[in-house]
Design a protein around this ligand. Sequence first.
Ligand code: ZN
Length: 148
Amino acid sequence: MKSGLPPPPAATSASTLRSMQANRGRNTSVELSLRRALHAKGLRFRIHRQAIPGLRCEPDILFPTPRVAVFVDGCWWHGCPEHWSPPNRNREWWTRKILLNTERDRRHDEILTAAGWCVVRIWEHQPVDEAVEHVQRVICDRTAGGGR
Ligand SMILES: [Zn+2]
């Protein structure tokens, strides 16, 4: 899918680069700690699978039966309201890029919700125990409430 975004700026400041690299991709340390903690609670799940076949959207952690999809969102790439601010260099490009990312996230949330999934988004800055509690509560609700 073309977003209409011009190619990324070649020159990027060292601090921007650090933020980007710290938050890139899968299996971030936050995600790993969350997985370990959920596993320790006796929960079983799958990782990095398409929740909806053909939709290019792979939740980080999936609970197929209660249909709970968990995303661990990096503060940089997902435009955390507390921690993201546009860098001085290439400010416009980054602002647009992160806006497109968050729009895509919301779109995926809507598609998953419409398909009967419950979407849980965890910020990478959230304490792991808080995240575990959140996920457990959602699973519990879904299991007890007959999948509303
Ligand atoms: Zn944050």
